[in-house]
Ligand binder design. Structure first.
Ligand SMILES: CC(=O)N[C@H]1[C@@H](OP(=O)(O)OP(=O)(O)OC[C@H]2O[C@@H](n3ccc(=O)[nH]c3=O)[C@H](O)[C@@H]2O)O[C@H](CO)[C@@H](O)[C@@H]1O[C@H](C)C(=O)N[C@@H](C)C(=O)N[C@H](CCC(=O)O)C(=O)O
Ligand SMILES: Nc1ncnc2c1ncn2[C@@H]1O[C@H](COP(=O)(O)OP(=O)(O)OP(=O)(O)O)[C@@H](O)[C@H]1O
Length: 498
């Protein structure tokens, strides 16, 4: 791209040296810098990108964008000083990739729980309609059904713009993005022209980062504000009417609100709910009429997720009747209260619950089928929100027996994590087992015919974070091996992803 044109998007404070005619790439990570690229220095939580400009130059960067003067040879490369490199990064990335989000229907889904489920439902429904759709979130980026893993649920600004551009080049017309509160707070979404933003719910999580629930809620609200005030475009906010943040969020943007919930006041509401062991039935009332809905997803929380997805697609112009038909055929989302086929006299669910509210929701979902004991394995991560730990154990206490363990220890002392969680236990039927594999083995070993087991915390993730490295790890693999040993009924079917 022509450098003058690119830089004219900014109020530049000072330019040292002569800028080259063209910029061939933009990068914020010196390790990714390539010949002829523009490197932007941003200050992070761990490093200051300004400390890496020399590495970027060695890798061939021809322009450095910085907040301060740097010791450089201006004969060889140029230095552009701006007041806020994070803001500049989004402005430059959007211009460099030519504003791809403005050329697609772009969905953003945020909330404490349910983002992956709702985004996957929207994606699957669109794919079922043969619409070219892309998806980004906790499981990575999927373009044309091809999955690429990513570091974050919500990628950094430049990766986002590159992804959107690549999606556009691949013919994608609808992009669905999981939006984390970290992503919003760090401006990773700046410049993304969302058409529909959807809110699932807000409950205790990530307070190590946000400090208070108010700050956490405020941060989520920024996404709704970012829909803007330009009413020449039809944009929508899809909100959970039953969440206490509904009233706050509904007034944040000038755009129309579409609400969903279990109360008649919502635009989309569900009643006459019948829970079956393998599916759920309910009547869905919508602005287009009432329908008998059926889905293979379980629990009241998934009725909320299904309504969030349907209401979001209704906002983008889909027919509700058609969406209700498609919903029936959608498979449960991998690792989200997913019933695993282990050919045993117990029922075992793999779940990703790692917040107090999610644990409560997953337990509520299986209670209608409980005939014997409910055994719940709850895990949490090290070096993250420690306030939620006792609250998680408190919610898990609804189960008859609880195993407290760890998801990703990182650098934290495992004893410390478990003792923290233990404080919330409401009865004495529990054990603390730091090693997750041992904990899962224990849960299955003590199970008896008729028991329900929920193995929560990691879902289908294929790693465990120990110190700062991701070690290969899989709950599914352990579950299948141990249950085969215990029940010896069928050989476990393991594929390379399990
Ligand atoms: C705490 C946090 O959110 N950190 C995120 C942040 O990293 P950071 O601020 O620490 O960046 P840094 O490592 O200090 O680097 C600063 C700058 O120096 C540059 N640098 C750094 C090193 C080097 O050698 N060369 C170099 O140029 C970096 O590219 C960067 O531009 O910005 C990075 C780029 O956007 C993110 O990848 C990183 O996510 C880390 C890995 C992370 O674990 N984040 C979690 C908390 C997170 O964001 N989670 C949410 C999901 C939460 C949920 O819902 O469960 C998510 O969206 O993933
Ligand atoms: N709408 C909901 N309300 C409450 N709990 C939910 C809801 N949807 C999902 N859950 C619970 O949260 C877990 C994680 O679901 P999901 O992955 O869809 O959420 P998420 O917001 O993407 O999570 P994360 O941000 O951690 O990736 C599920 O396994 C389930 O236990």
């Amino acid at each position: 791209m022509n450098t003058q044109f690119l830089l004219s998007a900014l109020k530049v404070k000072q330019i040292y040296g002569t800028v080259p005619k063209e910029v061939i790439a933009i990068e914020q990570d010196s390790r990714q810098a390539v010949s002829g690229c523009l490197f932007i220095c941003t200050t992070g939580f761990t490093f200051d990108g300004h400390d890496f400009y020399k590495e970027a130059l060695e890798n061939g960067a021809s322009i450095i964008v910085s907040e301060r003067n740097l010791d450089m040879d201006f004969e060889k490369s140029a230095l552009v000083i701006v007041s806020d490199t994070k803001k500049a990064m989004a402005i430059l990335a959007n211009r460099f990739f030519n504003y791809p989000s403005t050329k697609m229907t772009t969905f953003g889904v945020t909330g404490t729980n349910g983002k992956t489920t709702v985004t996957n439902l929207i994606y699957s429904m669109l794919r079922e309609e043969k619409i070219q759709a892309g998806l980004s979130g906790t499981n990575g980026i999927t373009i044309n059904d091809e999955l690429k893993s990513t570091e974050n649920t919500t990628c950094d600004t430049i990766t986002n713009q590159r992804m959107l551009k690549s999606a556009l080049n691949n013919g994608i017309s609808h992009m669905i993005m999981e939006v984390s509160s970290h992503g919003i707070a760090q401006g990773r979404l700046n410049g993304i022209d969302f058409d529909i933003v959807t809110f699932t719910n807000l409950s205790h999580d990530h307070l190590d980062f946000h400090g208070t629930m108010e700050q956490y809620g405020y941060t989520k609200g920024i996404l709704f504000a970012q829909l803007g005030n330009d009413l020449t475009k039809n944009k929508y906010i899809v909100l959970n009417y039953d969440d206490p943040w509904f009233e706050t969020y509904k007034n944040i943007s000038a755009h129309e609100v579409i609400s969903y919930g279990l109360q008649e006041q919502s635009d989309f509401y569900a009643n006459k709910i019948i829970f079956h062991e393998d599916f759920t039935e309910f009547t869905l009332h919508t602005p287009e009429g009432s329908y008998c809905a059926k889905m293979r997803l379980l629990g009241t929380f998934n009725i909320y997720n299904a309504m969030a997805a349907i209401a979001s697609l209704y906002a983008s112009g889909s027919s509700v009747e058609r969406l209700v038909t498609i919903l029936q055929s959608i498979s449960p989302i991998s690792g989200r209260l997913e019933k695993l086929d282990i050919n045993a006299p117990v029922t075992l669910y793999l779940d990703y619950a790692h917040t107090p509210n999610a644990i409560e929701s997953s337990i509520q979902a299986v209670l209608p089928f409980k005939t014997n004991r409910l055994i719940y394995l709850a895990g949490t991560g090290g070096d993250r929100d420690d306030e939620k730990r006792p609250l998680m154990a408190e919610k898990a206490s609804t189960a008859d027996f609880v195993i407290l363990t760890i998801n990703d220890p990182r650098y934290e002392n495992t004893e410390n994590i478990l003792r923290n969680m233990e404080k919330g236990m409401q009865h004495n039927n529990y054990v603390l087992i730091a090693d997750r594999k041992e904990a899962i083995t224990y849960a299955i070993e003590i199970s008896e015919p008729g028991d329900i087991l929920i193995i929560a915390g990691k879902g289908q993730e294929n790693y465990q974070i120990i110190e700062n490295t991701k070690q290969p790890y899989s709950d599914t693999r352990i579950i299948k091996e141990v249950s085969y040993r215990k029940f010896k009924k069928s050989k476990p079917t393991l594929n390379k992803n399990s």
